[in-house]
Write a protein that binds this ligand. Sequence first.
Ligand code: HEM
Length: 231
Amino acid sequence: MKKGVLYGIAVLLPLVPLTAWIVGSWQQFTEPLGAAFFGLYVPARAFGLLGFVLMFYQFLLASRIPFLETVLPRAQQLKTHRTLGKVGGIMIVLHGTCMLLFDMITLGSIAFTLGKLIGIIALFLLINAVVAAWFLKALKFKLQTWRRIHYAAYVVFPLVFVHAILIGSAVRGYLAVRLLFIVLLAVYAVLLVRRLVGGQPGTKTKSPKAPKVSAPASTPEGTAGAEAPTA
Ligand code: HEM
Protein backbone atom coordinates (compact mmCIF):
# COMPACT_ATOMS: atom_id res chain seq x y z
CA MET A 1 0.00 0.00 0.00
CA LYS A 2 1.20 3.51 -0.80
CA LYS A 3 1.70 6.05 1.98
CA GLY A 4 -0.79 8.41 0.34
CA VAL A 5 -3.53 5.75 0.38
CA LEU A 6 -2.86 5.06 4.06
CA TYR A 7 -3.08 8.77 4.88
CA GLY A 8 -6.28 9.03 2.82
CA ILE A 9 -7.93 6.21 4.78
CA ALA A 10 -6.67 7.70 8.06
CA VAL A 11 -8.28 11.05 7.23
CA LEU A 12 -11.54 9.61 5.88
CA LEU A 13 -12.23 7.16 8.72
CA PRO A 14 -12.95 9.75 11.45
CA LEU A 15 -15.19 11.57 8.98
CA VAL A 16 -17.56 8.55 8.86
CA PRO A 17 -19.15 9.04 12.30
CA LEU A 18 -18.97 12.81 11.93
CA THR A 19 -20.78 12.76 8.58
CA ALA A 20 -23.42 10.26 9.75
CA TRP A 21 -24.20 12.51 12.72
CA ILE A 22 -24.22 15.82 10.80
CA VAL A 23 -26.30 14.49 7.90
CA GLY A 24 -28.72 12.69 10.21
CA SER A 25 -29.16 15.67 12.55
CA TRP A 26 -29.22 18.40 9.91
CA GLN A 27 -32.74 19.43 10.82
CA GLN A 28 -31.64 20.02 14.42
CA PHE A 29 -28.76 22.28 13.36
CA THR A 30 -31.15 24.61 11.57
CA GLU A 31 -33.22 25.18 14.72
CA PRO A 32 -32.52 28.11 17.07
CA LEU A 33 -31.14 26.02 19.92
CA GLY A 34 -28.99 28.71 21.49
CA ALA A 35 -25.35 29.64 22.00
CA ALA A 36 -24.59 26.89 24.53
CA PHE A 37 -25.88 24.24 22.12
CA PHE A 38 -23.86 25.45 19.15
CA GLY A 39 -20.86 26.73 21.11
CA LEU A 40 -20.43 23.82 23.54
CA TYR A 41 -22.58 20.78 22.81
CA VAL A 42 -22.04 20.55 19.04
CA PRO A 43 -18.22 20.92 19.17
CA ALA A 44 -18.11 18.57 22.17
CA ARG A 45 -19.91 15.86 20.18
CA ALA A 46 -17.56 16.36 17.23
CA PHE A 47 -14.46 16.22 19.47
CA GLY A 48 -15.76 13.06 21.19
CA LEU A 49 -16.31 11.22 17.91
CA LEU A 50 -13.00 12.37 16.39
CA GLY A 51 -11.13 11.75 19.65
CA PHE A 52 -12.32 8.15 19.78
CA VAL A 53 -10.93 7.37 16.32
CA LEU A 54 -7.67 9.23 17.04
CA MET A 55 -7.31 7.20 20.21
CA PHE A 56 -7.65 4.05 18.16
CA TYR A 57 -4.87 5.26 15.84
CA GLN A 58 -2.64 5.61 18.88
CA PHE A 59 -2.94 1.88 19.55
CA LEU A 60 -2.18 1.06 15.93
CA LEU A 61 0.90 3.28 15.94
CA ALA A 62 2.18 1.82 19.21
CA SER A 63 1.69 -1.82 18.24
CA ARG A 64 4.46 -2.44 15.72
CA ILE A 65 2.11 -3.92 13.14
CA PRO A 66 4.28 -5.50 10.42
CA PHE A 67 2.00 -4.33 7.60
CA LEU A 68 2.02 -0.75 8.90
CA GLU A 69 5.80 -0.81 9.18
CA THR A 70 6.11 -1.60 5.47
CA VAL A 71 4.21 1.62 4.67
CA LEU A 72 5.31 3.93 7.47
CA PRO A 73 8.79 3.62 9.02
CA ARG A 74 8.85 3.00 12.76
CA ALA A 75 10.38 6.39 13.59
CA GLN A 76 7.63 8.14 11.65
CA GLN A 77 4.98 6.10 13.44
CA LEU A 78 6.37 7.22 16.80
CA LYS A 79 6.49 10.84 15.67
CA THR A 80 2.87 10.62 14.53
CA HIS A 81 1.97 8.88 17.80
CA ARG A 82 3.30 11.85 19.75
CA THR A 83 1.60 14.43 17.54
CA LEU A 84 -1.74 12.60 17.61
CA GLY A 85 -1.39 12.20 21.37
CA LYS A 86 -1.34 15.98 21.70
CA VAL A 87 -4.06 16.74 19.15
CA GLY A 88 -6.37 13.94 20.30
CA GLY A 89 -5.68 14.65 23.97
CA ILE A 90 -6.71 18.30 23.55
CA MET A 91 -9.85 17.29 21.61
CA ILE A 92 -10.93 14.79 24.26
CA VAL A 93 -10.28 17.19 27.14
CA LEU A 94 -12.36 19.79 25.26
CA HIS A 95 -15.10 17.18 24.73
CA GLY A 96 -15.34 16.41 28.45
CA THR A 97 -15.09 19.98 29.69
CA CYS A 98 -17.54 21.36 27.10
CA MET A 99 -20.06 18.63 27.98
CA LEU A 100 -19.75 19.45 31.69
CA LEU A 101 -20.01 23.20 31.00
CA PHE A 102 -23.06 22.59 28.82
CA ASP A 103 -24.75 20.78 31.72
CA MET A 104 -23.84 23.59 34.13
CA ILE A 105 -25.20 26.28 31.82
CA THR A 106 -28.38 24.55 30.71
CA LEU A 107 -29.27 22.62 33.89
CA GLY A 108 -27.45 24.59 36.60
CA SER A 109 -25.63 21.41 37.72
CA ILE A 110 -23.97 18.33 36.27
CA ALA A 111 -26.51 15.65 35.47
CA PHE A 112 -24.64 12.53 36.57
CA THR A 113 -25.42 9.27 34.85
CA LEU A 114 -23.44 6.02 34.78
CA GLY A 115 -22.36 6.77 31.20
CA LYS A 116 -21.12 10.22 32.15
CA LEU A 117 -19.34 8.91 35.22
CA ILE A 118 -17.47 6.38 33.07
CA GLY A 119 -16.51 9.25 30.75
CA ILE A 120 -15.14 11.26 33.68
CA ILE A 121 -13.08 8.29 34.93
CA ALA A 122 -11.76 7.70 31.40
CA LEU A 123 -10.85 11.37 31.02
CA PHE A 124 -9.03 11.39 34.35
CA LEU A 125 -6.94 8.34 33.36
CA LEU A 126 -6.25 9.80 29.96
CA ILE A 127 -5.14 13.17 31.32
CA ASN A 128 -2.68 11.36 33.61
CA ALA A 129 -1.25 9.43 30.67
CA VAL A 130 -0.99 12.50 28.46
CA VAL A 131 0.56 14.67 31.18
CA ALA A 132 3.06 11.93 32.08
CA ALA A 133 4.11 11.65 28.44
CA TRP A 134 4.16 15.39 27.78
CA PHE A 135 6.03 16.45 30.91
CA LEU A 136 8.16 13.36 31.27
CA LYS A 137 11.41 15.27 31.71
CA ALA A 138 10.01 18.05 33.89
CA LEU A 139 8.25 15.59 36.22
CA LYS A 140 11.38 13.42 36.50
CA PHE A 141 9.34 10.23 36.61
CA LYS A 142 11.06 6.90 37.00
CA LEU A 143 10.74 4.88 33.82
CA GLN A 144 8.61 2.28 35.58
CA THR A 145 6.22 4.96 36.89
CA TRP A 146 5.92 6.59 33.47
CA ARG A 147 5.19 3.22 31.90
CA ARG A 148 2.48 2.33 34.40
CA ILE A 149 0.73 5.66 33.97
CA HIS A 150 1.06 5.54 30.20
CA TYR A 151 -0.28 1.98 30.03
CA ALA A 152 -3.40 3.14 31.86
CA ALA A 153 -4.43 4.46 28.45
CA TYR A 154 -5.18 0.85 27.52
CA VAL A 155 -8.04 0.84 30.02
CA VAL A 156 -9.39 4.12 28.66
CA PHE A 157 -10.39 2.84 25.23
CA PRO A 158 -12.90 0.15 26.36
CA LEU A 159 -14.17 2.55 29.02
CA VAL A 160 -14.86 5.18 26.38
CA PHE A 161 -16.52 2.58 24.19
CA VAL A 162 -18.97 1.75 27.00
CA HIS A 163 -19.42 5.47 27.70
CA ALA A 164 -20.28 6.17 24.05
CA ILE A 165 -22.57 3.14 23.69
CA LEU A 166 -24.45 4.15 26.85
CA ILE A 167 -25.00 7.85 26.12
CA GLY A 168 -23.72 8.76 22.65
CA SER A 169 -26.59 9.81 20.38
CA ALA A 170 -24.62 9.23 17.17
CA VAL A 171 -23.32 5.87 18.36
CA ARG A 172 -26.76 4.76 19.49
CA GLY A 173 -28.66 6.37 16.65
CA TYR A 174 -26.66 5.39 13.56
CA LEU A 175 -25.84 1.79 12.69
CA ALA A 176 -22.79 2.81 10.62
CA VAL A 177 -21.27 4.65 13.60
CA ARG A 178 -22.06 1.80 15.96
CA LEU A 179 -20.55 -0.77 13.60
CA LEU A 180 -17.42 1.34 13.14
CA PHE A 181 -16.98 1.62 16.90
CA ILE A 182 -17.45 -2.14 17.33
CA VAL A 183 -14.89 -2.90 14.60
CA LEU A 184 -12.37 -0.51 16.19
CA LEU A 185 -12.93 -2.13 19.59
CA ALA A 186 -12.45 -5.61 18.08
CA VAL A 187 -9.14 -4.57 16.45
CA TYR A 188 -8.08 -2.96 19.73
CA ALA A 189 -8.87 -6.26 21.54
CA VAL A 190 -6.74 -8.23 19.06
CA LEU A 191 -3.83 -5.80 19.51
CA LEU A 192 -4.16 -5.98 23.27
CA VAL A 193 -4.18 -9.80 23.32
CA ARG A 194 -1.19 -9.80 20.94
CA ARG A 195 0.68 -7.51 23.31
CA LEU A 196 -0.30 -9.44 26.44
CA VAL A 197 0.67 -12.77 24.91
CA GLY A 198 3.80 -11.62 23.12
CA GLY A 199 5.04 -8.95 25.53
CA GLN A 200 6.23 -5.68 24.08
CA PRO A 201 6.15 -6.17 20.33
CA GLY A 202 9.49 -5.96 18.61
CA THR A 203 11.61 -6.00 21.76
CA LYS A 204 12.12 -9.76 21.95
CA THR A 205 15.40 -11.30 20.98
CA LYS A 206 15.50 -14.68 19.24
CA SER A 207 18.37 -16.13 21.27
CA PRO A 208 20.39 -15.02 24.28
CA LYS A 209 23.25 -14.21 21.93
CA ALA A 210 21.20 -12.13 19.55
CA PRO A 211 21.89 -8.39 19.78
CA LYS A 212 19.35 -6.27 21.59
CA VAL A 213 16.91 -4.35 19.42
CA SER A 214 17.77 -0.71 19.74
CA ALA A 215 15.08 1.93 19.37
CA PRO A 216 14.97 5.64 18.63
CA ALA A 217 16.60 7.52 21.46
CA SER A 218 13.63 9.85 21.51
CA THR A 219 11.45 7.35 23.41
CA PRO A 220 11.80 7.94 27.11
CA GLU A 221 13.40 4.61 27.80
CA GLY A 222 14.94 4.13 24.39
CA THR A 223 12.66 1.13 23.77
CA ALA A 224 10.14 2.05 21.16
CA GLY A 225 8.04 -1.03 21.87
CA ALA A 226 7.19 0.32 25.29
CA GLU A 227 5.37 3.25 23.78
CA ALA A 228 1.78 2.98 24.93
CA PRO A 229 -1.08 4.83 23.42
CA THR A 230 -2.56 8.03 24.62
CA ALA A 231 -5.23 9.81 22.72
C1 HEM B 1 -15.58 14.59 31.74
C2 HEM B 1 -15.65 13.52 30.95
C3 HEM B 1 -16.73 13.31 29.93
C4 HEM B 1 -17.99 13.81 29.88
C5 HEM B 1 -18.68 14.72 30.87
C6 HEM B 1 -18.60 13.32 28.65
C7 HEM B 1 -19.88 13.60 28.25
C8 HEM B 1 -20.50 13.02 27.18
C9 HEM B 1 -21.91 13.15 26.86
C10 HEM B 1 -22.92 13.94 27.65
C11 HEM B 1 -22.13 12.42 25.74
C12 HEM B 1 -23.47 12.24 25.03
C13 HEM B 1 -23.64 13.27 23.94
C14 HEM B 1 -24.91 13.02 23.21
O1 HEM B 1 -24.94 12.19 22.34
O2 HEM B 1 -25.90 13.70 23.51
C15 HEM B 1 -20.88 11.85 25.32
C16 HEM B 1 -20.68 11.07 24.21
C17 HEM B 1 -19.46 10.64 23.77
N1 HEM B 1 -18.25 10.78 24.41
FE1 HEM B 1 -17.97 11.65 26.19
N2 HEM B 1 -17.68 12.55 27.98
C18 HEM B 1 -16.54 12.51 28.73
C19 HEM B 1 -15.36 11.82 28.42
C20 HEM B 1 -15.11 11.25 27.19
C21 HEM B 1 -13.84 10.74 26.78
C22 HEM B 1 -12.57 10.68 27.62
C23 HEM B 1 -13.98 10.32 25.50
C24 HEM B 1 -12.88 9.76 24.64
C25 HEM B 1 -12.79 9.91 23.36
C26 HEM B 1 -15.36 10.51 25.12
C27 HEM B 1 -15.94 10.17 23.90
C28 HEM B 1 -17.28 10.22 23.62
C29 HEM B 1 -17.88 9.70 22.42
C30 HEM B 1 -17.16 9.00 21.28
C31 HEM B 1 -19.25 9.94 22.50
C32 HEM B 1 -20.32 9.58 21.50
C33 HEM B 1 -20.74 10.83 20.76
C34 HEM B 1 -21.94 10.61 19.90
O3 HEM B 1 -22.49 9.51 19.88
O4 HEM B 1 -22.31 11.57 19.21
N3 HEM B 1 -16.02 11.09 26.17
N4 HEM B 1 -19.90 12.23 26.22
